[in-house]
Design a protein around this ligand. Structure first.
Ligand code: FAD
Length: 381
């Protein structure tokens, strides 16, 4: 067992950190207030390999490992969790689904522009009446000769307005339940696909989130992704990996909030001394630093096992649950340490506090992670 990062990983962390400080930090507040998705940033992210982090070089990707992926997402989230969410949705859901289950022609056609940042990816599972209960979806895909015809609507989709390659899950055989769900790749611009309402969000406001609508949307039969009827099973595998990314996002967000709290505690004086000298503040900082390390280790362990080709349903859910709930606690304490200044937008504390809540909701709520963990534990001998 070796806990040390490799020299390449240390360099990767430094490179992404410097990039985030230089290209993202100066704009965080402005993008958040305007709910502006920074599309100008995409080519710069692509130059660093961050639009195809784990995609093989054959398709223009950076071919990094699962732990490298965590490092990239962490460092983006430390500065702006909304940018990290966009990068995670693009890489960890859309590109990952095509990479895992696409055929050679689909990989060539879709992964290459995704990895180069020429196109943004979206992944559409959730509907207005089915989030946690994803198999209860209503969107249908009906075979019509050489085409599939998609009808329905998806809700809360990251890159719902800006994504050009959309992976969509739809019912192809209602009687077969979750085994009657299939995945498809739909290109923006196909007649019948459009973006619906843009969500006005509590946090993660620079990440584009909207409905995606399918109205008799005809796509060629070869845009079925993976085997017919396997869409839901494949989705669970995509989420096993995606949840490691959300765990990394939570770790990075918590790290950013902790660093902000530590810096403020050193400079803010009360009763004639820096507040960092009060034990009540020290314990918050000590707990935060300890929990963040524990969350990071759980996250890297899940990533390590994934890299070795193991199924990580249990480990991913544990990492996502613990890291997201840690990040909520750390962001809360960060506001508390800032006192009144934690409640206003001049300091980053209030934004971390708003952004963080998504981490206990997206890609499966905390309740669903506990359900997954318990099922895994109870199914073992
Ligand atoms: C900013 C943002 C980005 C998103 N991006 C995407 C995306 O790109 N693609 C996509 O497909 N989806 C996306 N989502 C959707 C997200 O995955 C869902 O919101 C999430 O899975 C929860 O579903 P829901 O909102 O329908 O809540 P519900 O499922 O209605 O849950 C409501 C409450 O009930 C609880 N609950 C539900 N079932 C159970 C149960 N069996 N046991 C105990 N408690 C339960 C939940 O934990 C929650 O507390 C995004 C959401 C947001 C907010």
């Amino acid at each position: 067992m070796d806990f040390r990062p490799t020299d390449e990983q240390t360099l990767l962390r430094r490179t992404v950190r410097e990039f985030a400080e230089r290209e993202i930090r100066p704009h965080v507040r402005e993008w958040d207030e305007a709910q502006h998705f920074p599309s100008d940033l995409v080519p710069k992210l692509a130059q660093l390999g961050l639009m195809g982090i784990q995609i093989s070089e054959q398709y223009g990707g950076a071919a990094m490992s699962a732990i490298d992926y965590c490092i990239c997402i962490e460092e983006l989230a430390r500065v702006d969790p909304a940018v990290a969410l966009s990068v995670a949705g693009h890489n960890g859901l859309c590109a990952s689904h095509i990479n895992l289950f696409g055929n050679e022609a689909q990989k060539e056609k879709y992964l290459t522009p995704l990895a180069r940042g020429e196109k943004l990816g979206a992944w559409a599972l959730t509907e207005s009446t089915s989030g946690s209960d994803a198999a209860g979806m209503r969107t249908t895909a009906v075979r019509a000769g050489a085409c599939w015809v998609l009808t329905g609507s998806k809700t809360f989709i990251t890159h719902g307005r800006v994504g050009e390659v959309i992976v969509v899950m739809a019912i192809t055989d209602r009687a077969a339940g979750s085994k009657g769900i299939s995945a498809f790749v739909v290109e923006r611009g196909t007649p019948g696909v459009s973006a619906g309402k843009k969500e006005d969000k509590l946090g993660m406001r620079a990440s584009d989130t909207s409905e995606v609508l399918f109205d008799n949307c005809r796509i060629p039969a070869d845009q079925l992704l993976g085997a017919e009827g396997q869409g839901f099973v494949n989705t669970m595998q995509v989420l096993d990996a995606g949840r490691i990314g959300i765990a990394a996002l939570a770790v990075g967000l918590a790290q950013g909030a902790y660093e902000a709290a530590l810096a403020y505690a050193r400079e803010r004086k009360a009763f004639g001394k820096p507040i960092s000298q009060f034990q009540a503040i020290q314990w918050k900082l000590a707990d935060a630093a300890t929990r963040i390390e524990a969350a990071r280790l759980l996250t890297y362990r899940a990533a390590y096992l994934k890299e070795r080709g193991q199924r990580t349903t249990l480990e991913s859910a544990m990492a996502k649950l613990y890291a997201s709930e840690t990040a909520v606690k750390v962001s809360d304490d960060c506001v508390q340490i800032h006192g009144g200044y934690g409640f206003v937008k001049d300091y980053p504390a209030e934004k971390y506090f708003r952004d963080v809540k998504l981490t206990t909701i997206g890609e499966g709520t905390s309740e669903i992670q506990r359900l997954v963990i318990a099922r895994q534990l109870l199914s073992r001998a």
